[in-house]
Design a protein around this ligand. Structure first.
Ligand code: SAM
Length: 275
């Protein structure tokens, strides 16, 4: 199989965009190489790898898992089965956190349900004087979280393994300036209808319980006390959850509560300040 034949093979099952990414990322054959080296032989091992990747991709394995990494806000993160793939939507919450952090000196930041660590690590690197604690429960997600903390040499990120429904008892009250979370927020009955790629992501990263609000209730009830007075909370939400999450923050002693929309105009973040 030549390089040209390899690309044509990939193109039969994948979009042009994905076929090019696979050739570039897995075989180091960029746009230029594809034409320059079109007649060169693709070695047997590469051919086997390509066939396997195309097979897995057509069976619904997300491209990001096959590549083993993905970019979020211009930084690269290791990802694989067992951890949520970074979404551009999460940038809305991160940007709000960075805005709040700008006005804080050496902020103490808590990221609940940290997954691959994209939120904790972006804040930690954009605000080098911040001290960030990233809490995650699932072993497989923790593997990627630790890998990413190490790869980014983020000495100001501390990883804590814990279930947010009980590990709040291990953290002192009034000890954080900023609490951020992108928790699981999809209603349990909506899970079966998700796209096949999303179904390959861990259910534990998606399932927000019967009404999708289980994690927000826990955060508002059990984690508000971890913030100082005047501390900020920033929560990523599903597009129909702004009102319910706003009410939760209001009920648990927040003021200056607001909602931010994403690029599509959908509600994506609710934030507030602890009274
Ligand atoms: C929607 S994902 C968000 C991951 C990451 N923050 C991001 O924005 O890409 C939610 C994360 O919460 C974790 N999680 C689920 N239940 C948890 C619990 N009870 N305590 C702590 N983390 C939990 C999941 O493993 C998953 O990594």
């Amino acid at each position: 199989m030549t390089v040209r034949e390899a690309f044509v093979f990939a193109r039969k099952s994948l979009s042009d965009y994905e076929a090019r990414i696979v050739m570039e990322e897995l075989f180091r054959l960029g746009r230029w190489d594809l034409s320059e080296k079109a007649g060169e032989m693709f070695d047997v091992q590469s051919e086997e790898r390509l066939r396997e990747v195309v097979r897995q991709r057509t069976e619904g394995m997300p491209l990001q898992y096959l590549l083993g990494h993905w970019t979020f806000m211009d930084r690269e993160y290791a990802v694989g089965e067992g951890v949520l793939i970074p979404r551009d939507d999460t940038e809305v919450a991160v940007r709000k956190c960075l805005k709040f952090a700008e006005k804080m000196s050496a902020p103490k930041v808590l990221d609940l349900c940290a997954g691959s660590g994209i939120i904790a690590l972006t804040i930690a690197q954009e605000c080098p004087d911040a001290e960030v604690t990233a809490v995650e429960k699932e072993e497989r997600a923790l593997y990627y979280l630790r890998e990413n903390v190490q790869a980014h040499q983020a000495v100001n990120v501390q990883v804590m393994q814990g279930d947010i429904f009980d590990c709040h008892t291990k953290i002192e009250n009034n000890s954080f300036d900023l609490l951020v979370s992108n928790p699981p927020y999809i209603r349990t009955d909506e899970l079966p209808a998700l796209q096949k790629e999303v179904q390959r992501e861990p259910r534990t990263a998606l399932d927000g319980g019967q009404d999708g609000l289980m994690f927000y209730r826990c955060i508002a009830e059990s984690w508000t006390a971890k913030l100082h007075q005047g501390g900020r909370m920033v929560l990523e939400i599903g597009e129909e959850q702004a009102q319910a999450v706003t009410e939760l923050l209001y009920l648990h002693g927040f003021e200056d509560i607001g909602t931010i929309q994403d690029i599509q105009g959908l509600d994506r973040v609710v934030y507030g300040t602890k009274k």
